[in-house]
Write a protein that binds this ligand. Structure first.
Ligand code: MRU
Length: 352
């Protein structure tokens, strides 16, 4: 699938490659301003990830892959004989950019594997792999959209959390891709989207994407979810994932665990949608997943920041939902119903 096909499927592209480097849509400015910034170094791409200009697990992995291409281009230009050694610093900086989304490490591993066989100018071969990662993610999203829509057949109302759309992926989206495909089939009437504090991915990004597709959407405060479920308006919660452990536990945006507990109490089902690049087979259970904690200043009012202040803030940006609270994990390789170590093992054989 070419760059042209990516723009045909998604109204907005988080990442675009050009000869100048990686063009990153600054998601911090949306929905007010649509500004692309070009990064021509691996360090620059790492900073774009750490600062949340680009965010969402699959998009972070794709950006990191292009970051390796940029690092290799510079290292080869400086010293063609030793570029493989020189690029190690770039791998380290990219790996430090954000800790939870395993797609980042998955993409870096794929780029490193490809490097081994390269002789001469590394850019054409590495760029081909990065483009492949990008295009494969879009293809996975389209496949998951259909599989998820099969499960949601007849469902009139869904609740989603964070942003899992074209902005967070190679295009189309994971959970939002399932919602798009379900909408096209006709039964879905309304999508409910949480604000997703503190970065407001739902309020700024998800409802913006849904509006572009003319899908009726209602925004709610995160704290309104229980009341919404009690009203009977939603039958499924549909979310993405940043890392899925081998037993089916899911790390995703902070608040996902709360929604899972609420959903179980109200008889609402929970679907997690993620490509197999989000499954971390080396992590046995969710307790082993590193949960990113960001700067308390993202939460704290400046009035509390003085050196004599006794007020702090706790800002974990992900949480882990136990597999037992999840009804289905939808991947491009198939659906895992009632995830457990046993049902997840069956997926492993099918994953690429
Ligand atoms: O902090 P973010 O915005 O990078 O978090 C994003 C999420 O938690 C998404 O739900 C997840 O990455 C899946 S996106 C397809």
């Amino acid at each position: 699938m070419s760059e042209h096909s990516i723009s045909a499927v998604s109204a907005v592209q988080a990442l675009k490659w050009s000869d100048r480097g990686l063009e990153v849509l600054d998601q911090r400015l949306l929905p007010g301003d649509m500004v692309y910034q070009t990064f021509d170094t691996a360090q620059g791409v790492a900073e774009a990830i750490a600062s949340m200009r680009v965010r969402g697990a699959p998009a972070i992995g794709i950006a990191a892959a292009y970051g390796v291409v940029l690092g290799a281009r510079a290292a080869y230009a400086r010293d063609p004989a030793h570029w493989k050694r020189a690029i190690e610093d770039d791998f380290a900086v990219l790996a430090r950019s954000r800790p939870t989304a395993v797609n980042l490490f998955w993409a870096l591993d794929r780029m490193r594997e490809a490097m081994a066989a390269i002789e001469g100018d590394p850019v054409p071969a590495l760029l081909a792999i990065a483009r492949r990662i990008h295009e494969d993610d879009l293809a996975a999203n389209l496949a998951m959209g259909e599989l998820g829509a099969d499960i949601l057949a007849g469902c009139k109302g869904v609740l989603t959390h964070c942003n899992t759309g074209a902005l967070a992926t190679g295009g189309y989206g994971t959970a939002l891709g399932v919602i798009r495909s379900t909408w096209r089939r006709g039964a879905l009437e309304r999508v409910y989207a949480t604000e997703t504090r503190p970065w407001s991915q739902g309020a700024r990004l998800t409802v913006w994407e849904l509006g572009q597709d003319r899908i009726p959407a209602t925004l709610l405060a995160d704290s309104a979810a229980a009341w919404l479920m009690k009203s009977g308006a939603v039958h499924w919660v549909v979310v993405g994932a940043d890392r899925i452990a081998a037993n089916g536990d899911v790390a995703n945006k902070i608040g996902t665990y709360s929604l899972a507990v609420l959903a179980r109490h109200h008889g609402v089902k929970l679907m997690v949608v993620a490509p197999t690049s989000t499954v971390d087979w080396a992590t046995a259970a969710g307790g082993d997943i590193v949960v990113e904690e960001r700067d308390p200043r993202e939460l704290l009012h400046p009035v509390f920041l003085g050196s004599d202040s006794v007020i702090d803030a706790w800002n974990p940006v992900f949480d882990v939902t136990p597999a037992a609270l999840i009804d289905a994990i939808v991947t491009e390789a198939g659906v895992v119903a009632n995830p457990s170590p046993h049902t997840m093992a069956a997926l492993r054989g099918k994953a690429r």
